[in-house]
Design a protein around this ligand. Structure first.
Ligand SMILES: NC(=O)c1ccc[n+]([C@@H]2O[C@H](COP(=O)([O-])OP(=O)(O)OC[C@H]3O[C@@H](n4cnc5c(N)ncnc54)[C@H](OP(=O)(O)O)[C@@H]3O)[C@@H](O)[C@H]2O)c1
Length: 342
């Protein structure tokens, strides 16, 4: 992984005690590193079996977050947060990269909302005056349960009295890399519609982590909702496929799928979900898939209802296509997580 800051880590003018939740996730790990590099005193509160599929035990989480203090407990439980996480100590700031790993409605409300609200209250009680919340740009058009839960958490933070930075990133590299294996197996690149229905300005883990960590020191990012993308022009799914074929030295082959196929699947699963609750979750996963097939990860102009690449701010220097090149050369591996539709 290239890290733009590795050579010259910028130190915070005001190093603080920072309580971090969601530190074992993709952006959480990068954010914990970025905070440590800036000289902050970082405490990460993680669950005993963490990581994708719960494959990290306590020792593995501590090694993953080397340099930070790592404490174990249940962030969904206010008692555990106070007893096992805060432990009666003072903290200056909360940084949350917490997110439901599944996106299923119950888990989304428990993690994206309830646990965030618990953490905000625990941080306030511990003396914190500031919080940075990792959210998502897609909450500007909330159609899915996890987006509604995220918005409710955003509102709770705004009303908490803490100085807040709500970071709403565009698409992550890992979420735009899932078809590489298919192409290597000689299969076509799957597109919804003609592959130009949507676009995004992808942002790397380290560029986003740097942006989040810098929220603690940048006055202009205080008490703001901050949509943020990566460098360069917006990229469509067709352009992503074309670049992957080029890097693999293969003739481009695309298969176009109508988003209406997803509507049919959603309809069937939603109907069956009234009888079999597990299928209701599957209907929601299909809705999530449809959302990303048809909505751009760019700033939405409330007046025109159109997505606007030019209005979407950029940060950092790492591009998706450089990342693709590293993936193809085997210098990177993408851990896509439990909810690979994101
Ligand atoms: N993927 C995208 O393109 C994209 C774009 C924009 C915004 N976002 C948003 O960015 C955020 C972070 O994404 P990410 O990819 O870094 O997420 P991730 O890798 O799935 O990490 C989620 C973090 O939350 C923790 N967590 C989840 N459920 C928990 C529970 N019940 N108890 C304790 N901890 C729990 C996980 O801990 P464990 O390790 O213990 O599971 C992990 O640390 C999400 O809100 C996502 O919606 C994503």
């Amino acid at each position: 992984m290239t890290d733009p800051e590795a050579a010259s880590p910028p130190t915070s003018p005001q190093p603080r005690r920072v309580f971090v939740i969601g530190a074992t996730g993709t952006i959480g790990q990068a954010t914990a590193r970025a905070l440590l590099r800036r000289g902050h005193d970082v405490t990460c509160f993680v669950r005993p079996r963490a990581g994708v599929g719960g494959r990290l035990d306590n020792g593995a989480s501590a090694r993953l977050l080397a340099g930070a203090t790592v404490r174990f407990g249940d962030v969904r439980d206010a008692g555990s947060l106070a007893r096992d996480g805060i432990r009666g100590e003072r903290f200056d700031a909360l940084v949350s990269c917490l997110a439901s790993r599944t996106g299923a409605p119950r888990d989304a409300w428990a993690v994206e909302h309830r646990a965030q609200v618990n953490a905000i209250a625990a941080a306030r009680a511990a003396g914190a005056t500031q919080a940075v919340l990792l959210s998502a740009i897609c909450v500007q058009k909330p159609l899915l349960e996890f987006q509604k839960a995220k918005l409710a958490a955003e509102r709770a933070l705004v009303e908490s009295g803490l100085a807040y930075s709500i970071v709403r990133p565009t698409a992550f590299f890992k979420s735009l890399s899932g078809q590489l294996g298919r192409l290597r197996r000689g299969k076509p690149y799957l597109l919804f519609g003609d592959g130009a229905l949507t676009a995004c300005k992808p942002i790397s883990d380290d560029d986003l982590a740097a942006y989040i960590a810098d929220c603690l020191d940048r006055d202009e990012r205080r008490n703001r909702i901050l949509p943020i993308g990566g460098p360069g022009d917006a990229i469509t799914p067709r352009q992503q496929g074309e670049r992957l074929f080029e890097l693999l030295g293969l003739e481009p082959r695309f298969r176009e799928v109508s988003p209406r196929v997803l509507d049919a699947i959603i309809g069937v699963l939603a109907a069956l979900g009234r009888v079999v609750p597990a299928l209701a979750d599957k209907a929601e996963f299909a809705r999530i898939g449809r959302y990303y097939a048809t909505e751009s990860m760019l700033v939405l102009d409330p007046h025109t209802g159109r997505y606007d690449a030019a209005a979407t701010p950029s940060t950092g220097s790492d591009t998706l296509f450089d990342y693709y090149a590293r993936l193809v050369r085997g210098e990177e591996s993408a851990e896509r997580g439990d909810h690979a539709v994101f």
